[in-house]
Design a binder for this molecule. Structure first.
Ligand code: MF3
Ligand code: CO
Ligand code: CO
Length: 278
């Protein structure tokens, strides 16, 4: 019999390890497939993220799309969460819960999905602009995308985890934005949230050396105001304490001999908004 409880035990069977795994070619092959499907989910959503869209309906689109491809959303039975995506609007930093809420013109929205394909986790998120969005909000989205790009550029052998954090923090703060401290990226593979933590602030040369075979996410959350966050009573939704806007992009990557491979690139070329639909 499959109960939610026994499924949860199954989902947690592979535990977070104390040390950073160095993965081989078959892990990279698995991550390529999982990452690609996760990116396809975000591509699929583009025409649906419009004014009046109900966030629970967007979540259902994600669930149906993933199941139709023989995969499952990693978040459905994850530690009491029961949705296929996190949908974080405006001042919501992360882990927004899909529900009856409707998107409105001018919103900026992060949609974060993690899929499991043949046991491998593909984890990615992007920002979406709902209709016409004010310039300051679009600017935050652009800065956040640039932060992710700079973090990915710093992810190579010879650099450290601190170099990734520094690349992100130095750019964000030069743009008078702040970097969220309370949530970070993470190792992943057959485990959803594995070692190491990928902190999005840091000092050059600090922290663990990056080595080929490491697989992790980079997922900076950048605020227009201060970096402090507050949890809502639902136990999941994190919002900015000062109610300033927050944005996030996330890629799953693997360190290679000479840089990194991004597993969650958009097959449709829709990496960041505005998403030109032809
Ligand atoms: N996808 C999120 C991440 O980037 C995790 C979401 S866990 C959930 O790590 F339970 F909130 F969905
Ligand atoms: Co993640
Ligand atoms: Co994610």
């Amino acid at each position: 019999m499959t109960t939610v409880a026994s499924y949860e035990a199954l989902a947690d069977a592979e535990e977070r390890s104390a040390t950073i795994k160095l993965h081989g070619p078959e892990a990279f092959e698995g991550m390529r497939k999982a990452g690609r499907l996760a990116a396809e989910v975000l591509d699929m959503l583009v025409p649906h993220v419009i004014p009046e869209a109900v966030t629970a309906d967007l979540d259902t689109l994600v669930l149906d799309f993933v199941l139709a491809r023989g995969a499952i959303p990693a978040t459905v039975f994850y530690r009491g969460y029961s949705y296929s995506s996190c949908i974080s609007i405006n001042h919501v930093v992360c882990h927004g819960i899909p529900g009856p809420k409707r998107l409105k013109e001018g919103d900026i929205v992060n949609i974060d999905v993690t899929v499991i394909v043949d046991g491998w986790h593909g984890d990615t998120s992007r920002m979406y602009l709902v209709g016409d969005v004010p310039l300051k909000a679009r600017r935050l989205v652009d800065i956040t995308w640039e932060c992710l790009k700079r973090g990915v550029m710093a992810a190579k052998p010879g650099n450290t985890l601190g170099d990734i954090g520094y690349a992100i923090q130095s750019y964000a703060e030069a743009q008078r934005c702040s970097v969220v401290r309370d949530f970070c990226g993470h190792g992943l593979g057959r485990v959803f949230h594995d070692a190491p933590n990928i902190v999005h602030v840091g000092r050059p040369r600090a922290g663990e050396m990056l080595k080929p075979g490491m697989i992790f996410t980079i997922e900076p959350m950048i605020n227009l105001g201060g970096f402090k966050v507050k949890m809502l009573d639902d136990g999941w939704t994190a919002v900015t304490r000062d109610r300033s806007l927050s944005a996030q992009f996330e890629h799953s990557i693997g360190i290679t001999e000479d840089g990194c491979e991004v597993f969650t690139l958009s097959p449709a070329g829709l990496s960041h908004p505005p998403y030109a639909l032809t």
